[in-house]
Design a protein around this ligand. Structure first.
Ligand code: TYD
Length: 151
């Protein structure tokens, strides 16, 4: 299996609900190595660039508001951005993240344990995790400068 890097974002609901430590504990349990970590204030441009492949979806406007912390009143729209590295990192993190829809995410996954769908039908699924090698490369480069990855 290839050595990969994958981007994880602990989203505003994860920070607001104080799920940061529990989420990192799950990520560390994969045996992968954390090689990048920082708080990021998510600008409208960064949010739109990150989710550009979803720009034609009906939930896109609320997705941008969600990732920018507008549903959780977080100062400076902050999220915690992480990079984990190791063999098969992308699939390993996706497996423990669980399905996109928190109601369909398996019990014991991060989204299955901590995610929810609000009464406004917004998925609040705690983390973003890169879905494939092309996305992972693009996303790690979007959120981190090369010198911020200590691999
Ligand atoms: P997507 O990239 O399809 O899923 P994933 O995060 O598992 O890679 O969607 C990005 C985010 O958009 C997802 O984490 C939550 C939100 N979303 C909705 O709010 N409603 C939806 O129906 C879908 C598919 C996604």
């Amino acid at each position: 299996m290839a050595i990969e890097q994958t981007l994880i974002l602990i989203k505003p609901d994860g920070l607001f609900r104080r799920l940061t430590g529990l989420t990192i504990d799950r990520l560390d349990s994969t045996g992968l190595e954390m090689v990048g970590a920082k708080m990021v204030s998510v600008s409208e441009d960064l949010a739109r660039e990150h989710y550009k492949s979803l720009s034609d979806k009906p939930f896109f406007p609320n997705l941008i508001r969600y990732i920018r912390g507008e549903f959780h009143g977080l100062k400076d729209s902050r999220i915690l951005a992480l990079v984990y590295r190791g063999e098969g990192a992308i699939a390993k993190v996706r497996l423990i993240a669980g399905a996109t829809n928190p109601e369909q995410a398996a019990p014991g996954t991060i989204r299955g344990s901590f995610g929810r769908i609000t009464t406004a039908q917004q998925f609040e699924n705690v983390i973003h995790a890169s879905s494939d090698p092309v996305d992972a490369k693009r996303e790690v480069e979007l959120w981190f400068k090369p010198q911020e990855i200590l691999a």
